[in-house]
Ligand binder design. Structure first.
Ligand SMILES: [Zn+2]
Length: 191
């Protein structure tokens, strides 16, 4: 996997303040057809047009590329919820549009990449992998996100605590399978 970093990783100027504490990750489905690399220009445009308040996350992932937009220790605008934005790292899983460019099997390869990144980030912050640290956008905000994963792994079921936990448990199991994926070196390049 190729890791690409924005200028926010090189320059002292950041968009936001530091998070008071990092408590875990939120796995998002972007509901778009964009690859991770497409978000480089997409986010540049958002900056140029002064539209960052529409939202952005730390990292954009597909099966080939990880685009690190903004350092994970800083507040992100990814959940529409102040507590989540200031305490969780947003992982945008790319090309997740339902009936979009990827079939379910291909999207699940992007998902697997996101689980590896989640495993690395949680390890970097020395956090366990559990229902407190692995979160869904819809736990914090009125949204269908992560809609693609919801439809693939749960089907057409309503949003309630039981189904939220079912999907989270699947994410947790997959993230745990990458427990030995990291080395000191990989932890240095992520976040
Ligand atoms: Zn989301």
């Amino acid at each position: 996997m190729e890791h690409i970093y924005s200028d926010f990783y090189k320059q002292p100027v950041k968009i936001t303040e530091r998070k008071p504490d990092v408590l875990g990750v939120v796995l998002h489905d972007d509901a778009e057809n964009y690859q991770a690399k497409d978000y480089i220009d997409w986010l540049k445009k958002r900056i140029t047009n002064h539209e960052l308040e529409k939202g952005w996350a730390c990292v954009y992932v597909d099966m080939h590329t990880c685009y690190w937009f903004h350092p994970s220790e800083y507040t992100e605008w990814h959940c529409g919820n102040t507590f989540a934005n200031t305490h969780y790292i947003g992982i945008e899983r790319c090309q997740s549009k339902i009936n979009g460019v990827l079939n379910d099997k291909a999207f699940m390869r992007n998902e697997e990449a996101s689980f590896k990144i989640a495993a690395l980030l949680l390890k970097k912050y020395q956090l366990p992998v559990n229902r407190q640290t692995v979160r869904l956008h819809k736990e914090f905000f009125e949204t269908e996100c992560p809609a693609r994963a919801w439809s693939i792994h749960l089907g057409n079921v309503k949003t309630n605590q039981e189904n939220i936990e079912k999907l989270k448990d699947y994410f947790i199991e997959r993230i745990k399978s990458y427990d030995n994926y990291s080395s000191e070196k990989t932890l240095d390049i992520i976040g």
